[in-house]
Design a protein around this ligand. Structure first.
Ligand SMILES: [Zn+2]
Length: 129
């Protein structure tokens, strides 16, 4: 195997490990949050450091679970307010109640997914009758 391919493989492995660590850290943050918010935030900081160093994308599952400004671990209804907005583009508005930072995420993808599933369900019904 050439050195370049070997390096690529190494890089892939590093990213995989980084993602595993990020997942573990956020899972821990979620678990300790009710007892120790500061510790949860520290886990987020470590996860973010790993993410930046490994240059991996934040897993979708955790992307909306921390504040982009103050890096607090966010729990909807506790320290984050979540609202759905339909204006222009359907999007989710998440407000960090710690620092007041507002984050917006479009959810067109989710809507498209739903529509697709609905169409599929319809198709199934037709096939049955
Ligand atoms: Zn914040």
């Amino acid at each position: 195997m050439s050195k370049r391919i070997l390096r690529k493989k190494e890089q892939r492995e590093k990213k995989k490990i980084a993602l595993e660590r990020i997942n573990i850290l956020f899972t821990l943050a979620e678990r300790v949050f009710p007892y120790d918010e500061e510790l949860a935030n520290r886990y987020v900081e470590i996860a973010l450091a790993i993410q930046q160093k490994a240059k991996v994308r934040m897993p979708r599952k955790w992307k909306r679970r921390y504040c982009k400004r103050c890096h607090s671990f966010l729990v909807p209804g506790v320290n984050a307010r979540v609202r759905l907005r339909q204006k222009r583009m359907p999007h989710v508005v998440i407000k960090c109640l710690k620092c007041g930072h507002i984050m917006r995420y479009p959810y067109l993808r989710e809507q498209k997914e739903k529509r697709r599933k609905r169409l599929e369900a319809k198709g199934e019904n037709k096939a049955q009758s």
